[in-house]
Design a protein around this ligand. Sequence first.
Ligand code: KDG
Length: 355
Amino acid sequence: MKKLFTVALTALMVLVLAACGSEGGSSASGDDGSASGSDSGSKESKTIKAGIGLNDKHPQYKGLLKFKEIVEKKTDGQIKVETYHSGQLGDDRTMTENLQTGSQEVTIPSTAPLANFVPAFSVFDIPFLFPNTEVADKVLASETGQGLLKKLESQNLVGLAYWENGFRDVTNSKRAIKSIEDFEGLKLRTMENDLHLDAFNKLGANPTPMAFTELFTAMQQGTVDGQENPYATIYLQKFYEVQKHVSNTHHIYSPFVFLMSKSFYDNLSDENKKIVEEAAVEAGKYEKKLNREANEKYLKKLQEEGMTYTEISEENRKEMKEAVQPVVEKYKSKIGEDVVDNIYKEVEKAKKETE
Ligand code: KDG
């Protein structure tokens, strides 16, 4: 009897030890972040800290949530994406510097502030460069457009995709903008970009460069009379609460660039590099779709919120374009003669293909 008890106890202890061993194994593989518990292989467990300047209502943030969904699903939770909006991690310049130092992994600025890191991106600040979104899409997808993204690598940045901010329109609290004369003396906030500054000087305005995160307060306090952004931003950031007039100047088409820290990207496995690359492109298509739908419907909503809309005639728009042409010549060498010449060629090619 006693022997039987000893054997049973020994068997029980073996079973208990075996169970501990496997739990230890599963918790060990769980530490690798292999949520499915599948063969761990060389699993990597990383977190992407992603921040933008616009708020959580904007298509840009919805696009970022789509990126998060795709990456976390395709990496089986190995890579987690933390999302931040409304400048919680800083303004565009600060967040881009965060990527360079490695304290943040993703941000999605407009090309205008990005030109402070890679001057060639100022090519997209050439006023009236793109006549419509069809031409913009083709040029950004062209060898010239994609080639610009490569220039980011020298700044410890990786440009994974172009997303869309959109055609920019002027708002202000003083007067209707119908012709070039109406810009005279207007205190207009511009993005932190010298070409924008010079262009609005040429139009007769009194421009002030300012981070996006400071803009609403500056308009509220009258530090600036006006600003320029796409309708979606004007509406979703509630600029109608502090601005009276909006005009369809459509003076610039702003791309966003989905930026990743190069030091982070380089340390990803080849499989996960492919996942983040494809996720940035797929989420960008989603963001562009939402952004175009938003820009279609929000001008009407701005008027419903009490803003006065003024249509710019083609003749007056042509006069504005002619007035700022000398600025383009001035910045050609800073942007790169080849970049400017090639982008104009791509625009002409895209115009022919979309006529
Ligand atoms: O982070 C969002 C900004 O990059 C974007 O809104 C820039 O259009 C812009 C502006 O006016 O600053």
